[in-house]
Design a protein. Structure first.
Length: 330
């Protein structure tokens, strides 16, 4: 493989080097396709900490999704065809293992769709955790009582290594603390205060309002999940709600009723954050009952505690939470 001349050449040559293995997940009605394959080891840059450079092929996940207009994405991709599927690609974002590209299906669509016909999301090298995450698998419901949380779940969370609070979903291996401390991603911030920040999620292409996806991250690292929320946090949650509406309205014309705000339980990492998406955006399992808890509902439950004015434990210390877990996680 010759050395590419620019970013576009790097992306295109990389896609042409992709070897298809199998489909992990397909949602043709939403024009989404997730496939597993391999890239040459030259696809990624080895960090200075690497002691040796592998010459083997690297496992990779490639996820295609439409942007502003419906695209009839083929439900099958064969070896060597992924690069030909896109007539041109442009690298938009890249971290150590996460990358996304804007892609056009024909040269004539470049002017009509400057943001790309499709968004190409790449994880390389992909670990077994990534592959399980994007593979289709059955789920089971878990009923987490307060007692189970105290005896099993909370000790598990407290015993997690510090790297589990690294924000892998948005920016590869950039740690949450690096963003909150002002060392990383400051150009991405849409709002910042002494209590929380708001910035785009990497899942979003920054253009397609229908798939708008922002994240609010609180600065208080003692709040790990909704289990840690108390009456004293009502003002914080309402402030996140208010500022998210202001940002989405000012920048993209999305008004209050056009946003869905929710938290995951269990979350992917234990530093409290709120997902802020277009109300019409289908964000997969993460936005469905069994994992997503609406911010409005959480605030309402805390306000019941506030009105009660008793000395008993908070609502999220007393409640049994039911959530779905993929079979591979149980």
């Amino acid at each position: 493989m010759q050395e590419p001349k620019d970013t576009n050449d790097i992306a295109l040559s990389s896609l042409q080097g992709f070897v298809f293995e199998r489909i992990l997940l397909e949602e043709p009605e939403k024009c989404r396709l997730t496939v597993l394959g391999t890239f040459p080891a030259s696809f990624v840059e080895h960090s200075e900490e690497s002691t040796e450079k592998s010459t083997d092929a690297l496992p990779a996940i490639v996820r295609l999704e439409r942007t502003a207009i419906p695209i009839n994405i083929s439900q099958r991709i064969f070896p060597g065809q992924l690069g030909a599927f896109l007539s041109q690609v442009q690298c938009m974002e890249r971290t150590d293992i996460y990358m996304w590209l804007a892609g056009w299906l024909s040269p004539s669509s470049i002017e009509q769709q400057p943001q790309g016909d499709v968004k190409v999301n790449i994880v390389c090298p992909a670990t077994e955790v990534h592959i399980r995450k994007y593979s289709e698998q059955s789920c089971v419901l878990v009923h987490e009582t307060p007692d189970i949380y105290r005896r099993i779940v909370e000790p598990y969370i407290s015993g997690l290594p510090a790297e589990r609070t690294r924000w892998r979903v948005f920016r590869g291996h950039v740690a949450v603390t690096e963003i909150l401390d002002g060392h990383k991603e400051q150009s991405k911030l849409l709002f910042s205060s002494s209590d929380f920040i708001i910035l785009p999620d990497m899942k979003w292409d920054l253009h397609t309002v229908g798939s708008l996806y922002l994240i609010a991250i609180v600065r208080d690292n003692s709040i790990r999940s909704i289990r840690d929320l108390r009456v004293r946090h009502i003002a914080l949650l309402k402030s996140i709600q208010r500022e998210a509406i202001a940002v989405a309205s000012e920048k993209w014309g999305v008004l209050q009723g056009g946003l869905r705000m929710y938290m995951h339980y269990q979350p992917s990492y234990y530093h409290f954050h709120v997902h802020i998406v277009n109300a019409n955006y289908e964000a997969g399992l993460g936005s469905r009952v069994g994992q997503a808890h609406l911010l409005d509902d959480v605030i309402a439950l805390l306000e019941l505690d506030e009105a009660d004015a008793s000395d008993r434990p908070g609502i999220f210390e007393r409640i049994t939470l039911t959530y779905a877990m993929k079979a591979a996680q149980t």
